[in-house]
Each structure stands twice: as C-alpha cells, then as structure tokens.
Design a protein around this ligand. Structure first.
Ligand SMILES: NC(=O)c1ccc[n+]([C@@H]2O[C@H](COP(=O)([O-])OP(=O)(O)OC[C@H]3O[C@@H](n4cnc5c(N)ncnc54)[C@H](O)[C@@H]3O)[C@@H](O)[C@H]2O)c1
Length: 253
C-alpha cells in the first residue's frame, strides 16, 4: 500500500514526547522527512534516534515555541535542510496550573498563554508563510476536549485550548483558496507524560481522568497520531477548519 505522506516534509512541535513523538514517528514511517521541534534537547535526540533506527529520516531543533524569532529560524532551517515544508503538527504544550480561577495568578495564566496559545500562533504564522508560496500544505493544531467545554480547575489551559480552535478556524478560512488546510484535533485523556503528571497529583484527579473516557480506557498517543496523519495526507483534501475529537466518546456525553 502507498505510504500516506510519501515525499512530504513534516514539522512536529512537541516532538520530543507523547503525542508529538508518536506523530513524528508515524509520519516518518509513512514516508515523510521529519523536523522535530521541542524545548528539550535530550528528548529530541531520543525521538530522532528512534526514527533513524527504524530507517526513517528525521532531524531535530531545540526551540521554545513561544519565541517567535526561534520559530521563524527553525522553519527556515527545516526548509534549508529538506527543501520544502508540506505538513506541520503543532503539539507543543503544557497542562498549566491546576487552580480555581479566583486563585490563579496572572503569571501562571500568562505562561500557559505564552506556550499553548502564542506558541501555536507563531508556529502557524510562519508555517503558513512557508506553505502559501508553494500552493499547498496542511497544518494540524493540538487543542483538547477542554477547547470545547469548561474545565473547573484548568482555567488557563481551557482558555488557551479554546483559543487554539479560534486560530484554527480563522486560518482555515483565510487560507481556504490557497491550498493550505488547517485543522485541529481535540484529544481526550491520552496516556502521555503530561497526563501521567496530572494523574500523579492524587487519587481523586486520577480517578476523574480515568472515568472521563466512555470507551473505558485511556487513549494512546499513537491513536492521536493516526488522526494527524490522515488530516495532513492528501486523502483529507476537502477537510479544513474542523476540530476532530479523538477522545473515545468523551465529548458526546
Ligand atoms: N495527553 C492528553 O491527555 C492530552 C489531551 C488533550 C490535549 N493534549 C494536547 O496535546 C499536546 C501534546 O500533549 P502530550 O500529552 O503529548 O504532552 P507531553 O508533555 O508528553 O509533550 C509535550 C511536549 O511539548 C514540549 N514543550 C513544552 N513547552 C514547550 C515550548 N515552550 N517549546 C517547545 N516545546 C515545548 C515538551 O518538552 C514536551 O516534549 C499538548 O498541546 C496538549 O495540550 C493532550
């Protein structure tokens, strides 16, 4: 069977862990050359090495996605290395502080905004600029179920993930005639280091997370990667501006 993204170049932010790492690996095994972006050099090296061992092509760059100059430079470096940019999956993010809004400091709130929302914005901005000149491209942003519904105790995270959906829909409409498609994925509770850190905070939170999935189990990062792969592939040629739930039925309740 033909590989889904054969010959394409894919940039994956947050590619050092969890959903981003699985996405980078899947894109590489489906024929893409991958540019792995993360703020942890060690985790980038693990992803790149593991892709290389399986015969895939990947390079990495240590970048803070909230720093526009770093983002712009790494996209230029990706294009210098690979000659093009066809797909981007913006997965870098943090879960942010767990606190009621009335107890949340502006500093904590602003940090979540800087990484999850500003970071997604600057990545999209420079990915779009790189793609529009070629007349094609596909971007997938990682939002969350918390991008659709209020989430007590996660106000900062929730606000940023709602914002990611606003950016996604706007960019999809702005780019609709350019050949660049922009979509979002809203995962449920996915078993990654981010979720494990939340679950480690106590039995009550852990039980709440486990019960959040109607399917009766946590999701796997690889299951989210499959959705990103399809959205970035030419098989999704009519799909732009959507937010796709990959959540075992969580938002259908
Ligand atoms: N795991 C879940 O249950 C879940 C659910 C819904 C949405 N999401 C979203 O999916 C995305 C990936 O989450 P995950 O669970 O794989 O998390 P993760 O913590 O396993 O991976 C996130 C990666 O982002 C990187 N990162 C953080 N801040 C960065 C920055 N400033 N610049 C560059 N890289 C940075 C981290 O180093 C890490 O490698 C996030 O946007 C998250 O909000 C996750």
């Amino acid at each position: 069977m033909a590989k889904m993204v054969s010959g394409k170049v894919a940039l994956v932010t947050g590619g050092g862990s969890g959903i981003g790492r699985e996405t980078a690996s899947l894109f590489a095994s489906e024929g893409a050359r991958v540019w792995v972006v993360d703020c942890s050099q060690e985790s980038i090296e693990e992803t790149v090495t593991s892709i290389g061992k399986r015969g895939g092509i990947a390079q990495g760059a240590c970048v803070d996605v909230s720093d526009e100059a770093e983002v712009e430079a790494t996209i230029e470096n990706c294009i210098r290395a690979y000659g093009q940019l066809d797909c981007a999956v913006n997965s870098a993010g943090i879960s942010g502080p767990q606190a009621l809004l009335k107890d949340l400091t502006l500093e904590e709130f602003s940090r979540a905004v800087a990484i999850n929302l500003n970071g997604t914005f600057v990545c999209m901005k420079h990915e779009i600029r790189a793609m529009e000149s070629t007349g094609h491209g596909a971007i997938v942003n990682l939002s969350s179920g918390a991008g659709w519904i209020g989430t007590p105790g996660l106000g900062a995270y929730c606000a940023t993930k709602h914002g990611v959906l606003g950016l996604t829909k706007t960019a999809a409409l702005e780019m609709a005639r350019s050949g660049v498609r922009v979509n979002a994925i809203c995962p449920g509770s996915i078993d990654t280091p981010m979720l494990q850190a939340s679950m480690a905070q106590g039995e009550a939170i852990s039980a709440m997370i486990r019960s959040s999935m109607p399917i009766g189990r946590l999701g796997e990062a690889s299951e989210v990667a499959e959705a990103a792969l399809w959205l970035c592939s030419d098989r999704a040629s009519l799909v732009t501006g959507i937010s796709m739930a990959v959540d075992g039925g969580a938002v259908s309740r």
